[in-house]
Design a protein around this ligand. Structure first.
Ligand code: F0G
Length: 469
């Protein structure tokens, strides 16, 4: 018998993960009253993107650029080489990208959408078709602005929040074959493949699917480009769920996966643990040459692409930290912790829980609200009012309008995203968040929905304004 009582964790045979870091600096949070939050929400047109951050308590708007950098990364900022051309930090970044993503040629960009812009305008001809495993807002818009029509080729399971398929991000290869047959592969500049599909709820793609996709695309002479924004999290899901990968390291899995693509781009504001930055990287010499021509027009010289030297250094260090096993395990573990708590209380959400966020299922949350009164936007507003927690709409407002008909795109998924920044909040913050969601769920019958009173032309969800019905 042990001479000390067991903790409850030990009694249940549980072995917890914990963060592989400790806190060295803290940033105070603002605590507000319900009246203050009501005034802030009115001022923001019921759009959480228009709130001031000082009016927010726990900020789960996004995991983009909101991570805490390590002391090593901050030290890296101090050795920024701010030369206009040939900064040593560029070469450090090039080395880190080559080592962990495997691509030969690197173009730094100010963030992910800068890379999407360059890739779209150099590879797409008007009238072509770009298939992808579900759309992402900025990715699809750049493809459309370059004249392409986006075609969703994700598997059907991805559109069903309750379906427990372990790789809901997979490409439906029959659907892709059918597209090649319908429009001709010469009219498909590339397949737009994303790891841990954001709009599907952070759902991963399997290694087998990437391998088969690449073979199919090569058979038709079509390129595959990877949105590697949250590919590190995808690698953890492969390790946990796919046969034959349990003993592989995250770094090995990442490298193998990228090997089934011709190039990729990233918003480094996610996986790579920096507050700003991105890149585009390709293996093809000719395409690289063209991209080097374009980057100087739109981003900056090819050795900084809109970034300060110090930002490239922090990114290079962040890439190395991002593939460390304990880091990825605790990052995804925290998201899973919140998910399991909510699931145990019967809160409707996308399952399995994804890598970067909890996606509440607003359709199931508010069955009495039709999609036209913006259920996910309503849920984000109610959650903010209840507790000062900021989340984000990922439903009909984010989906925008059909460029042909002008009608709303009506996505099957109507979700509200609670996105967890990396290395920022504690388990107690997750408890407080779960309890707030529960309170809003208990009051769900009173929700009335919203109408859109101002609609911007592009990416409307960022700046649209709403009023309560
Ligand atoms: N691709 C994915 C999968 C993303 O999630 C994002 C950004 C981008 C590309 C664009 O990158 O913001 O650096 O220009 N997603 C953020 C989010 C905004 O909140 O999910 P960016």
């Amino acid at each position: 018998m042990p001479d000390r009582p067991l903790t409850s964790g030990q009694q249940h045979g549980r072995r917890s993960w914990a963060e592989p870091w400790k806190i060295k600096m803290v940033e105070p949070l603002s605590v507000t009253t319900r009246e203050q939050r009501q005034a802030a929400l009115d001022g923001a047109g019921y759009n959480t993107f228009l709130l001031r951050s000082e009016d927010v308590y726990i900020d789960l708007l996004t995991d983009s650029g909101t991570s805490a950098m390590s002391d090593r990364q901050w030290a890296g900022m101090m050795v920024g080489d701010e030369a206009y051309a040939g900064s040593r930090n560029f070469y450090a970044l090039e080395e880190a990208v080559k080592a962990h993503y495997g691509y030969r040629h690197l173009i730094p960009t100010h963030q992910g959408r800068g890379a999407e812009h360059l890739l779209s305008r150099t590879t797409i001809k008007p009238g072509q078709f770009v298939p992808g495993n579900m759309y992402f807002t900025t990715t699809r818009l750049h493809q459309e602005l370059a004249g392409a029509t986006f075609v969703d080729v994700i598997i059907d399971e991805a559109h069903d929040p309750a379906n427990l398929h372990p790789f809901k991000g997979n490409v439906d290869l029959d659907r892709l074959r059918a597209l090649f047959a319908r429009v001709g592969p010469e009219n498909v500049p590339y397949v737009s493949l994303a790891g841990t599909v954001n709009m599907a709820g952070g759902q991963p793609v399997s290694m087998a699917n990437a391998r088969e996709l690449y073979a199919l695309a090569q058979e038709h002479g079509v390129k595959v480009y990877l949105d590697a924004t949250r590919m590190v999290e995808n690698a953890l899901f492969i390790k946990e769920r796919e046969e034959g990968y349990a003993e592989h390291s995250i770094a090995q899995i990442l490298l193998e996966f990228c090997g089934y693509t011709d190039g990729g781009w990233i918003s480094a504001k996610k996986d790579s643990l920096v507050n700003i930055g991105g890149w585009l990287a390709v293996n093809d010499d000719e395409l690289f040459e063209e991209l080097r021509n374009q980057v100087v027009i739109f981003e900056g010289l090819h050795t900084y692409g809109g970034l300060a030297g110090r930002d490239m250094q922090a990114m290079a260090i962040g890439i190395v930290e991002s593939v460390q096993e304990e880091h990825v395990r605790s990052r995804v573990g925290q998201v899973r912790y919140l998910g399991e708590l909510l699931e145990s209380w019967g809160i409707p959400m996308v399952l399995p829980v994804g890598g970067h966020a909890i996606f509440l299922d607003a359709r199931a949350f508010y069955p009495h609200l039709p999609q036209d009164v913006f259920p996910s936007q309503t849920l984000a507003a109610e959650l903010y009012l209840d507790s000062g927690i900021r989340s984000m709409e990922r439903g009909i407002a984010s989906a925008g309008r059909d460029p042909e008909t002008g009608d709303h795109n009506r996505p099957k998924l109507e979700l509200t995203r609670l996105t967890i920044p990396r290395r920022v909040y504690t388990q107690a913050h997750m408890d407080v968040t779960a309890e707030a969601v529960k309170a809003v769920y208990d009051a769900r019958a009173q929700a009335r929905g919203l109408e859109m009173v101002y609609e911007p032309k592009y990416l409307r969800f960022f700046q649209a304004r709403f009023a309560p019905l």
